[in-house]
Design a protein around this ligand. Structure first.
Ligand SMILES: Nc1ncnc2c1ncn2[C@@H]1O[C@H](COP(=O)(O)OP(=O)(O)OP(=O)(O)O)[C@@H](O)[C@H]1O
Ligand SMILES: [Mg+2]
Length: 258
């Protein structure tokens, strides 16, 4: 069975999608077959590969409500990388499920059930949405492990602690096998004293609570900010070496996933 890892944080813009697609790129480079499950209606996984999320005939939404099969909705993005895409249709999931409780008796089970028969992947990476709604619940029930991107900002320790507590709660109530893989600091600017201070605080907290905080950080960079504007590919799949690509490669090694 494939190793499943979700990139999750209820905070927006902390590099969930960037981590998802770049780690997928590194897995594929190492000869692994990867499925990225896009769990966010923004459809940014497809966009990261230059694909318009509105062009797909069926998406994760159709799969979860039972009107399409996962295998018929998955599309290839790159050699070794497939996606189960998402687009704005996913916004209807919550309403559909809540107004049809007779049909959807186990609302957190929808993703897990609809992907259970998938075969042929070494790893499944799930890109989470920036909230803790029904989709996030489905993701945390489906995944084995969660990787949490953490952007060191003024109040971000507070929200990291909340997120970690939420996962503990979720494990107790819904998915007993859920594990926190670790926390990865993102959008870090080493010249900013505040970043260093918050990262120290985070390291202390993680140490006390037996949570891995990776040594590798993903730096804030112009290249990252301009995103896929040039190549229509995640940075780990482009030929030229640059500091961002190096950081993702170092993180990949540290994650010890391959
Ligand atoms: N290393 C980087 N430095 C600066 N900006 C970056 C970097 N990497 C990505 N970005 C930009 O930061 C923004 C947020 O990144 P990303 O979409 O990966 O975050 P996210 O957590 O998935 O966001 P959302 O919560 O909206 O899904 C994007 O516009 C992206 O182009
Ligand atoms: Mg995203």
């Amino acid at each position: 069975m494939a190793n499943i890892i979700a990139i999750a944080n209820n905070k927006g813009g902390v590099l969930k999608t960037s981590l998802s697609v770049n780690l997928a790129g590194l897995f594929a480079t190492h000869g692994k077959k990867v499925l990225i499950v896009d769990g966010d209606n923004q459809g940014n996984v497809s966009l990261s590969f230059g694909e318009n999320p509105d062009t797909f005939e069926s998406t994760i939404y159709d799969v979860m409500i039972g009107s399409a099969e996962a295998k018929d909705s998955i599309v290839n993005l790159y050699e070794g990388i497939d996606v189960l895409p998402a687009n704005d249709d996913l916004q209807f999931l919550e309403f559909d499920v809540l107004t049809n409780r007779n049909k959807y008796k186990k609302p957190f089970q929808l993703l897990k059930d609809s992907l259970s028969s998938l075969k042929g992947y070494d790893v499944i990476i799930v890109d989470g949405p920036p909230n803790l709604g029904l989709m996030a619940g489905n993701i945390l029930n489906f995944t084995h492990e969660v990787l949490i991107p953490f952007q060191p900002e003024k109040y971000s320790m507070r929200s990291l602690v909340k997120m970690l507590n939420f996962i503990v709660d979720f494990r107790e109530k819904i998915n007993p096998s859920l594990q926190v893989k670790g926390v990865v600091a993102t959008l870090v600017d080493r010249r900013t004293a505040l970043h260093d201070q918050i990262l120290k605080e985070c390291r202390k907290y993680c140490l006390l609570n037996h949570i891995t905080l990776y040594d590798t950080v993903i730096p804030r960079s112009i290249r990252g900010a301009s995103g896929v504007a040039y190549e229509n590919l995640p940075v780990t799949l482009i030929q030229n070496q640059n500091s961002l690509k190096t950081a993702y490669s170092q993180l990949f090694e540290e994650l010890n996933l391959s």
